[in-house]
Write a protein that binds this ligand. Structure first.
Ligand code: UT7
Length: 325
């Protein structure tokens, strides 16, 4: 069966220049490097400069992805940008990226699924490509969580960082089997009943303030392990692929303990799990494409490899995607 697939033909990432170590945080917050490393695996994070916006990070990641794909902004006909920390209430941050890349036609919009945002955006763009509404798409995850952290809440402020990651999708003819290159399957879920476990206590139509991250960490942790296991199984069942065939797990980078649990569940050699949370903490929608870019650039992910991505975030939202490189 002939089928259009979205093949990932380029990746890019950008982390702001300013690095903040755990020790540096411990000067102003009642915490320690030991606690943060033991409970999360995080060693440092990057914070955007005062005048650096989410779109600036996204543009840098998008440019790197275009360069690695050998394409220009004018070749792209769709941008889907995942963020929970947009530049402005409107317009979409994606439209700023569109203008900066010199893309004068086509579609650009944001999606909001917090930490699952990149996989949501990938699924949306993949569907556009599969129905023929786009041929070349940029999928971006970009965040400036440093702007919404409460420095009085040590349970959350040590966990997050800023960054951006991007991939370029290109329409390619497949034969409808799991041997095709490209996005093989995506699975998205949300359950709004869990709103109060992870949210920002501000917003345009509620408090008219930006607000701060609020999280019941232990509860989120428990849900994450269960939901991620379920959504990973869904991707495997939908494609008839067994865990032993997975070359790389590229999970949401929130907590090393959650990532380890997912690797164990799939019975994967820890060397086949891409872990970058130590380098940039939880960057929400940027975390999966940041990790992906590292593993592509250092040569771990090779053409033909099966790459499984998963994420979970506020909403709750959770999602998985299985891609053949
Ligand atoms: O990206 C969206 C999805 N989000 C996640 O996946 C996050 C999921 N949750 C987590 O990663 C973990 O729950 C945390 C890392 C947030 C917390 O780890 P935990 O093992 O669940 O710790 P806890 O919240 O149960 O807190 C344990 C202790 C508490 O002290 P007591 O009550 O035992 O005396 C906290 O007050 O650790 C204390 N604590 C801290 N101590 C030093 C909390 N934050 C800190 C801190 N430094 N920064």
């Amino acid at each position: 069966m002939n089928l259009v697939r979205s093949r990932i033909v380029g990746t890019g990432a950008y982390l702001p220049a300013r690095v903040v170590t755990n020790d540096e945080l411990a000067v102003q917050v009642d915490t320690s490097d030991e606690w943060i490393v033991q409970r999360t695996g995080i060693r440092k994070r990057h914070f955007a400069a005062k005048d650096e916006k989410t779109s600036d990070l996204a543009i840098r990641a998008a440019q790197a992805a275009l360069e690695s794909a050998g394409l220009q902004g004018s070749d792209i006909d769709l941008i889907v940008l995942a963020t929970a920390t947009p530049d402005q209430t409107f317009p979409a941050t994606a439209t700023r990226v569109q203008a900066a890349l010199g893309m004068e036609v086509g579609i650009a919009f944001d999606v909001q699924a917090v930490c699952s945002g990149f996989i949501y955006a990938l699924a949306v763009a993949d569907n556009f490509v599969r129905v023929g509404q786009a041929r070349k798409a940029l999928v971006i995850g970009a965040e400036t969580f440093s702007r919404i952290l409460d420095w009085e809440d040590r349970g959350t402020c040590v966990l997050f960082g800023d960054g951006a990651g991007a991939v370029v999708l290109s329409a390619e003819q497949g034969d409808g089997t799991s041997a095709d290159h490209g996005v093989l399957t995506t699975h998205l879920h949300s359950d709004g009943r869990h709103h109060d476990l992870l949210y920002v206590d501000g917003g345009v139509s509620s408090t008219r303030t930006v607000g701060h991250v609020r999280m019941a960490g232990r509860e989120v942790f428990k849900h994450a392990v269960v939901r991620l296991a379920e959504v990973v199984d869904e991707a495997l069942e939908a494609t008839g692929i067994s865990p032993a065939d997975i070359d790389w797990l590229v999970p949401h980078q929130a907590n090393k303990r959650i990532i380890d649990a997912m690797g164990k569940k799939l019975d994967l050699d820890p060397n086949r799990v891409v872990m970058t949370v130590d380098q940039h903490a939880n960057t929400s929608a940027a975390s999966v494409p940041l990790a992906l870019d590292v593993a592509v650039r250092d040569g771990r992910i090779q053409p033909g490899h099966l790459v499984l991505m998963e994420a979970m975030g506020g909403g709750f939202t959770w999602a998985s995607a299985l891609v053949r490189w």
